[in-house]
Design a protein around this ligand. Structure first.
Ligand code: ISJ
Length: 109
């Protein structure tokens, strides 16, 4: 599925004549289309970053509240539910995303 980035037939060098340097497109119309889609990609990335940071702050607050009440730092059953949800939605990469997300809130295990 994934094109080999080192293979010039599937991933030519954008410094080749006629290629747009910024987008890597071979034709100006495609370059414009790509720039439009990149605007939305940048918005989505910013929303993901904002949500990531908000989630991390909430997770830290939950941990502090629980420990101040004499409870545990972690609740592994809840973490398992979250990892399962991400894996069900995104496949094996979802597992990795969930583990990074959990670590960013409660710190390393
Ligand atoms: C935030 C919590 O505390 C910890 C962090 C979790 C998370 O980031 O989702 C989940 C379980 C706990 O280990 C929680 O219990 O909800």
């Amino acid at each position: 599925m994934t094109a080999d980035v080192m293979d010039p037939s599937t991933n030519p060098d954008p410094s080749d004549a006629g290629m747009d340097q910024t987008t890597g497109a071979g034709k100006p119309l495609a370059a414009n289309e790509i720039l439009g889609m990149r605007e939305r990609i940048d918005e989505i990335d910013q929303a993901l970053i904002d949500l990531w940071l908000e989630r991390s702050r909430l997770s830290q607050a939950v941990g502090k509240t629980r420990m101040a009440s004499g409870g545990t730092r972690l609740v592994l059953a809840r973490e398992r539910e979250i990892v399962d949800r991400f894996r069900a939605a995104l496949g094996p990469d979802g597992t990795q995303v969930a583990l990074l997300l959990l670590r960013s809130g409660r710190g390393p295990l």
